[in-house]
Design a binder for this molecule. Structure first.
Ligand code: DX5
Ligand code: ZN
Length: 219
């Protein structure tokens, strides 16, 4: 099976963003990956649920919303209403881990896929107990905050740890990798059991968008 592609929303301003999303509509990407940053969880600020709603209105693709925010709990409903098909929250946003479980379950309740993401510095054994409450693991392969960073190679060891655990527990969860993915590392990611990749800079800087998408799809 081909890798699923979730195209990241990294253009510099809203006008460019909406234009880029329209272009993506004519390609074989599977999802639009909406990187929501609040300037607190990460330094940058991007956009909120209102823009996610706008994106939903102009694309036929599904929305994969990645919340890099300090306090996700009171925002979950808004993003679901705005059209998120997958809604991902960060492990590090929660001091109270019972609340994390509750929020993952509340995302799933209405039929939206629940994603759990975690930073490259978070130990895999910390996130494993929450795997049972989510549909997708969004494995960060860069420090969250901006596009165009280099892929962290130790992600492969982390993926192995996750895959071994899933196999042992006999459960299936989609694995998406986010950060620094390109035509050079996508094949190895696929060979390591990754189902889906986020593509930011690789697609955004390509001269032939359709071709760049197809290259990854044919890996
Ligand atoms: C990083 C974001 C990523 C990023 C991906 O904080 O979550 O989705 O925009 O961009 P590239 O592929 O350029 O690393
Ligand atoms: Zn992301």
């Amino acid at each position: 099976m081909s890798l699923l592609i979730s195209a990241s929303t990294n253009p510099p301003n809203l006008e460019n963003l909406l234009e880029y999303i329209k272009k993506l509509d004519n390609t074989d990407v599977d999802y639009i990956h909406c990187d929501v940053m609040d300037g607190k969880f990460v330094k940058s600020t991007t956009f909120n649920h209102k823009i996610v709603k706008k994106i939903k209105e102009i694309t036929s693709k599904k929305l994969d919303v990645h919340l890099m925010v300090q306090k996700p709990s009171n925002k979950i409903k808004k993003y679901i209403k705005s059209g998120a098909d997958i809604l991902t929250i960060h492990f590090e946003s929660y001091k109270n881990k019972n609340k994390l479980t509750k929020d993952l379950l509340s995302i799933k309740k209405g039929g939206t896929f629940a994603g759990l993401s975690f930073n490259p510095t978070t130990e895999i054994k910390e996130i494993l107990p929450f795997i049972y409450f989510c549909d997708m693991l969004l494995v960060m392969s860069v420090t969250p905050g901006k596009s165009g960073q280099e892929f962290i190679e130790s992600t492969f060891d982390r993926l192995k740890e996750i895959k071994d655990y899933l196999k042992h527990q006999n459960i299936e969860v989609t694995i998406e990798v986010d950060g620094g993915v390109n035509n050079k590392n996508a094949k190895t990611l696929k060979e390591n059991g990754v189902n889906s990749v986020v593509l930011g800079n690789y697609l955004f800087t390509s001269k032939d968008l359709k071709g760049a998408v197809n290259l990854i799809k044919n890996i």
